[in-house]
Design a protein around this ligand. Structure first.
Ligand SMILES: [Zn+2]
Length: 219
């Protein structure tokens, strides 16, 4: 016969021995992307000493950023998104990804493929001051999107993963990605500057269709 312990005693016992079966919490850089609400997304990220860019610690962060960005099929990532409050961003738009979009969207939004870009301590200058407004999404707010105005053309300077000085002047969609990622390292999210009425759940329409399908077709 087993003794039924009072729940308070049981709870205390479970919490005292929790560490024995629960793995310790993982430390950043994470394999996952932090979600809105995580304080790390709201900090002003720290600059990295140029002589430390090639250090094991920073190389590990950059390598994890590439991996997580590709796993999530994202076109850009900032270090705070994987829990590291550091001024590093990565971007990549492969030709294969570009092919997934209809030509009309590629043309109107000025999507363009570009190889992997790494910027440590990036600094951005606005080249073309007029803004363009298009739908934008973020893995930190997965499943949602909104219209966001961004500068049309910008120039970014900084250091790559080899600690070499790099710069990139670009217009259209890559300029939007740069602004989105720069916002991340300054503790901002697109929801701070979006056209608020356009904020939407991207799968509403599919779920709506599925509901009617379930009611009328699968009856
Ligand atoms: Zn984002």
């Amino acid at each position: 016969m087993a003794m039924k312990l009072p729940s308070t005693v049981l709870t205390k016992l479970v919490s005292s021995y929790n560490h024995l079966w629960k793995p310790p919490p993982k430390k950043p850089p994470y394999n996952h992307i932090c979600r809105i609400g995580d304080p790390v997304l709201r900090y002003e990220a720290k600059a990295i000493d140029v002589e430390k860019i090639k250090s094991e610690e920073i190389q590990k962060v950059i390598s994890k950023m590439k991996k997580v960005m590709r796993n999530h099929k994202a076109v850009g990532l900032a270090a705070p998104q994987i829990g590291c409050s550091l001024r590093v961003i990565t971007m990549e738009f492969s030709p294969e990804s570009l092919e997934m979009f209809p030509p009309s969207i590629v043309l109107s939004r000025e999507y363009q493929a570009f190889p992997l870009q790494v910027f440590v301590n990036p600094v951005m200058r606005v080249v073309e001051k007029h803004k363009v407004t298009f739908p934008e999404a973020c893995e930190c707010i997965k499943g949602y999107s909104a219209l966001v105005p961004r500068y049309y053309e910008v120039k970014i300077t900084g250091y790559n993963e080899k600690a070499e000085e790099v710069e990139w002047q670009v217009k259209g969609w890559p300029a939007r990605i740069i602004q989105h990622e720069l916002d991340h390292i300054n503790g901002k999210l697109y929801t701070d500057i979006m056209v608020s009425q356009s904020f939407q759940y991207d799968f509403w329409y599919q779920e709506h269709l599925q509901k009617w399908f379930n009611i009328f077709i699968r009856k």
